[in-house]
Design a protein around this ligand. Structure first.
Ligand SMILES: *Cc1c(COP(=O)(O)O)cnc(C)c1O
Length: 569
């Protein structure tokens, strides 16, 4: 116990907001995230550390990470374990708490990771861990692999996160003024709070609920992250009863989480006073999905210093001092001299070219534009849209020779996503000798920074309205890389045509089917001619991306909004 007291004591003196997330991208080298959700969680906490929002984060340790991606000769994804050693980055918490899972006692220990940035006071992150010798071998793996295993494993992970997290915070002596659920995975925490705030039986009149729902709601904040219904966890009550030992009475749970199955999103919605989507369009879509709930919009942002390449950080330090702490200052980026901006871009591009060559052997030309596309490989993101008409793509490349670089992992069980990676590799073979193209394996934060800063155009082609926000285009903006994207997620707010980037197609859901043609048209008639024919005009768009988008779509602005509207509101 002594060590835990030493390590958490500085953090337990003042009340904090507890931030629960199944994945958090803490730093390169800690593979406890799979994509946008985890990166957003990390960027939120990095901003909280910078601006001093008192928080404590709770997640699972995932010693086996998510997975490391390799691509075989046929373009198939190979999934390898991605082990990391918490002892190298974090301190062991000496507190352990016990849960009942599947009829067994499961002890949960954990690690304290101090998330710090170049400015800050630091945010404690608790990495919960069931890999303890006292546990039954079946339970030691619960916290081993992010999104690994079957539905039962998923539920056990969510019990450890939500219920275990609440118990661990209490054991460590934290005083909490709110609980922020970053996606529904942690919604079991609401049931733990219901138990904590239950009325004493002697205070109840006949027929009255023992649970103080308003008290729990007052404390809870819920951010929903996707309109893809299948991505919202739903558990059979049979499974719930078999696994979740300390379940509050079933009648109450069904009332809050759904009659047929336990829907984690419903549970979080019903027990949170503040609910939000991650962009204005996403909040509108969520209000249609969940009529009767006031879904606010807090549009995502990315962390300034994390997502700015070294050449651009040096440029901003010189031209816009203070930008790290107040990214709003980047509104003045239009005063940066053109040559200095272009030089910084070429430096970032050279670094990407070197990386492409090292990873794939493909030599790209610094004097030709690079179209970049990297994100989780899954059907609705349509990574193959650019290849819908290969002849048209070839004609485009003959008129304005460009190069393509892509990256992204597919979830191991997302067969359609894995098939897309193979399709991209097939296109790459077909286009060989005509359009230089590379697929970089093992997309992670580090590779993401190279890609968003070294490309010339950042491409995004999701099926509307399924991209809740998207954040890689915001990272590109910090590096003066304009986005060419379907009008979905944050781009509905961020796109000023020809000023910050360009839209693919109309702002209309019915237009999804014409997006390929619209993409080719825009590349052919606007984007590529500008790149080749009007360097000053191009640089003006780069500056537009920085001054109008990086200045706004950053996690400092986002966290200030959470702080004033959700945490204190
Ligand atoms: C930023 C990031 C994402 C999310 O990007 P989207 O544009 O939202 O798809 C996913 N994975 C990694 C590694 C990232 O850095």
């Amino acid at each position: 116990m002594a060590e835990a007291e030493i390590t958490t004591e500085p953090y337990t003196r003042k009340p904090r907001i507890a931030y629960f997330s199944m994945e958090i991208a803490l730093e390169s080298g800690i593979p406890t995230y799979s994509g946008g959700l985890g990166v957003l969680a990390g960027d939120s906490l990095r901003a909280a550390a910078d601006i001093g929002v008192p928080m404590v984060a709770v997640t699972l340790v995932f010693r086996g990470g998510h997975f490391r991606q390799e691509i075989d000769a046929l373009g198939r994804q190979i999934e390898l374990a991605d082990e990391w050693e918490p002892e190298r980055y974090a301190t062991r918490l000496h507190a352990t708490i016990a849960l009942e899972i599947e009829g067994r006692h499961v002890w949960v220990g954990g690690w304290l990771y101090r998330l710090s940035t170049r400015l800050d006071s630091g945010v404690p992150v608790l990495l919960l861990d069931t890999d303890l010798p006292v546990n039954d071998p079946r339970d030691r793996d619960i916290t081993h692999t992010l999104y690994g295993g079957d539905e039962a494993m998923r539920m056990k992970q969510e019990i450890v996160l939500g219920v275990g997290g609440i118990a661990m915070l209490q054991a460590l002596g934290f005083t909490l003024m709110g609980y922020h659920m970053n996606e529904g995975h942690s919604a079991f925490l609401t049931l733990a709070l219901l138990r904590r705030f239950a009325h004493a039986p002697e205070d109840l009149r006949p027929g009255e609920s023992p649970y103080n729902l308003p008290r729990v709601r007052e404390l809870c904040i819920f951010t929903t992250h996707t309109p893809v219904e299948a991505a919202h966890d739903k558990f059979d009550y049979g499974l719930v009863q078999r696994i979740y030992g300390d379940l509050t009475d079933l009648g109450t749970v069904k009332l809050l989480a759904g009659e047929d199955r336990l829907n984690m999103t419903r549970l979080a919605l019903n027990l949170s006073d503040y609910v939000n989507g991650v962009a204005k369009r996403h909040a509108e879509v969520s209000r249609q999905m969940y009529p009767g709930y006031a879904v606010h919009a807090v549009t995502n942002g990315v962390h300034a210093s994390t997502w700015t390449s070294l050449p651009f950080a040096a440029l901003y330090d010189q031209q816009v001092p203070g930008w790290c702490h107040e990214p709003e200052l980047l509104a003045r980026a239009d005063r940066i001299p053109d040559e200095a901006l272009w030089r910084a871009h070429l430096a970032a591009k050279q670094a990407l070219l070197a990386r492409i060559a090292a990873l794939t052997g493909v030599q790209m030309d610094p004097d030709r534009p690079i179209l970049g596309f990297a994100r989780r490989m899954t059907a609705y993101k349509r990574p193959d849209l650019l290849f819908s008409d290969l002849d048209r793509l070839r004609r485009l490349a003959r008129a304005h020779p460009f190069q393509i670089v892509m990256a992204g992992k597919a979830h191991p069980r997302d067969l359609a996503g894995k098939a897309l990676i193979e399709t991209l590799h097939a296109h790459m073979r077909e286009l060989a000798g005509e359009i230089p193209m590379a697929f970089l394996p093992d997309y992670d934060m580090d590779l993401a920074l190279s890609l968003v800063s070294g490309s010339d155009v950042w491409l995004n082609t999701p099926l509307r309205p399924l991209e809740a926000s998207g954040t890689s285009g915001m990272k590109a903006a910090f590096n003066g890389v304009p986005q060419l994207s379907v009008l979905d997620g944050w781009w509905v707010e961020g796109c000023i045509e020809g000023v910050t980037g360009w839209a693919v197609g109309e702002d209309a859901l019915s237009a999804n089917g014409d997006d390929a043609r619209a993409l080719y048209d825009k590349l052919e008639q606007v984007v590529l001619p500008l790149w080749f024919g009007d360097r000053a005009g191009w640089i003006a768009v780069m500056k537009g991306a920085i001054s109008k988008n990086a200045s706004f779509f950053n996690s400092h602005r986002m966290m200030r909004r959470y702080a004033t509207e959700a945490y204190l509101g």
